[in-house]
Design a binder for this molecule. Structure first.
Ligand code: ADQ
Length: 465
């Protein structure tokens, strides 16, 4: 890491679906990017939260904040087809191995393509020759190809925050292989984990017929693209500091030893494995009567993407499960599951992590999972809590000292809850120290530096050819 943020010359133009409004950030992307942009003096371009009646090709400056923000507005129909439709009812489920939840509509695919085409026109108007472009996430997969079509030859990088699907899974969506062509329009594609790079290799070479010239360097139809894993991190030092302060300000009564607190923090999404987590806890309570009244689960799960059917379903399922567990086990002094269905301020969250003995992070599939990293960073190193982490979170590749579980195996999760509750302090400290070493070395600053440095290298190689 050279500490320069890999900034190079010119401006950094970041593009993502949603622009941060200054309200409480609740997605990993917002949390990570705000930090990168503040340091780099870049511009963030994204969709305004409110829709418009007429498609507009102008950008509106959003005042305030530490970096420049320019917003475009979508019509309600565009928002429906591009965002709720193709992005979140096709790409999200397919990329999370849930093709069974895919709702493919040809019109949504058209709208997705058209919105990306329009964003490309809007962005091309403000671009300068020396700018570098960093596109984020699955909403904007075709954007670079559209920019190239308009003659834009600036360096373009793309980072995918979700997992990348296997070649087989990609074929479960109509025109799945066009995604490979979209990827090839970038100089650099960053994925979260090594497993994603393996999947992308399969898709690029077998589905699209790209050639791998050397490891991670692909060629197709006269274009070259570099692809590598850049596991996203958190602002580790800052989060540790925040957690220490916030812990001291928690309302009395949150921590009542000897009752142990387990915490789960997730957007309410079917990929996060919440029903299996609740069932595993019920299984634990069935088996471990000794632990009744001595442990409880605090689950914080704010709603997202309301109105998409799969999300309404998961909400209902979870409320039913929490009710059943509490109905079966609660007494007047103890509620096994406390389920909070709204966002919590970042600071409170940091304090709650520190107050918790265990974090249950059990996604069925997750690009990275920043909650796992935040929980570890928030711990008191002298008396740290234990992380139980799904092997299907990208974070598992970097965090082998967590208790790694198969989220489909409720028996295994229940057994690891017991292991965590009874783990000697010396072992907790050893595991925590090892995890913190990784989180310190590969934090969000490392991540953005590494990506931007690689982008500079990849585009220089193209221009120099
Ligand atoms: P998400 O699916 O949103 O992100 P995650 O990585 O866990 O998942 O990030 C969630 C962020 O939102 C964390 O910073 C967390 O603190 C915050 N958050 C969650 N619930 C909250 C609540 N109730 N109140 C306040 N804040 C809350 C996507 C991918 C992930 C990937 C990230 C970053 O799905 O796999 O790790 O992007 O690339």
């Amino acid at each position: 890491m050279d500490g320069s943020g890999g900034l190079g010359r010119g401006r950094l133009i970041c593009l993502s679906n949603r622009i941060p409004t200054g309200a409480e950030p609740s997605g990993g992307l917002v949390v990570a990017l705000a930090d990168v942009l503040e340091r780099s003096g870049g511009i963030w371009i994204g969709a305004a939260p409110e829709t418009t009646d007429q498609p507009e090709d102008d950008l509106t400056e959003i005042e305030g904040g530490a970096f420049r923000r320019l917003a475009f507005r979508l019509t309600a129909a565009e928002q429906e087809g591009y965002y709720a439709g193709f992005s979140n009812s096709v790409l999200w489920p397919v990329f999370h191995d849930r093709a069974d939840l895919m709702e493919f509509r040809r019109e949504d695919h058209e709208t997705y393509r058209a919105v990306n085409r329009r964003i490309a026109r809007i962005v091309a108007k403000v671009l300068r020759r020396e700018d570098r472009i960093w596109i984020h996430d699955y909403h904007l997969l075709p954007l670079a190809a559209e920019l190239r079509r308009l003659g834009v030859e600036n360096p373009i990088g793309f980072f995918l925050h979700t997992p990348f699907p296997t070649a087989l899974a990609l074929q479960s969506m109509p025109q799945g292989n066009e995604i490979c062509g979209w990827l090839m329009a970038h100089d650099l594609v960053g994925l979260q984990a090594q497993r994603d790079c393996v999947h992308a290799r399969g898709a690029l070479t077998r589905l699209a017929g790209a050639e791998e010239l050397e490891e991670g360097l692909y060629a197709l139809d006269g274009r070259r693209m570099r692809l590598a894993a850049f596991p996203i991190g958190i602002d580790t030092a800052d989060f540790t500091r925040l957690a220490g302060q916030a812990f001291d300000r928690l309302p009395p009564g949150i921590v009542k030893p000897p009752r142990q607190l387990m915490i789960g923090v997730d957007r309410l999404d079917y990929s996060k494995g919440l029903p299996n987590r609740f069932r595993a806890f019920r299984h634990f309570l069935d088996l471990q009567e000794d632990w009744h009244r001595r442990v409880s689960l605090l689950q914080i799960a704010p709603p997202t993407r309301e109105g998409v059917k799969a999300y309404d379903d998961i909400r209902e399922e979870l409320e039913g499960l929490a009710g059943k567990v509490n109905g079966a086990f609660a007494d007047i002094t103890w509620t096994p599951i406390r389920y909070i269905h709204r966002p919590v301020p970042r600071e409170t969250l940091a304090g709650l992590y520190r107050a918790s003995h265990i974090a249950l992070v059990t996604p069925l599939m997750d690009g990275m999972n920043l909650v796992a990293k935040e929980f570890v960073a928030a711990q008191d190193p002298e008396d740290p809590g234990v992380l139980i982490l799904s092997r299907f979170a990208g974070a598992a590749e970097q965090m082998p000292e967590a208790l790694i579980v198969n989220p489909h195996d409720e028996g295994e999760i229940a057994a690891q809850i017991l292991t965590a509750l009874t783990m000697p302090r010396s072992e907790r400290r050893r595991r925590h120290a090892a995890l913190m070493e990784g989180l310190g070395a590969q934090d969000v600053h490392w991540w953005s530096d590494a990506f931007l440095t690689a982008l500079t290298g990849a585009s220089a190689a193209r221009v120099g050819r």
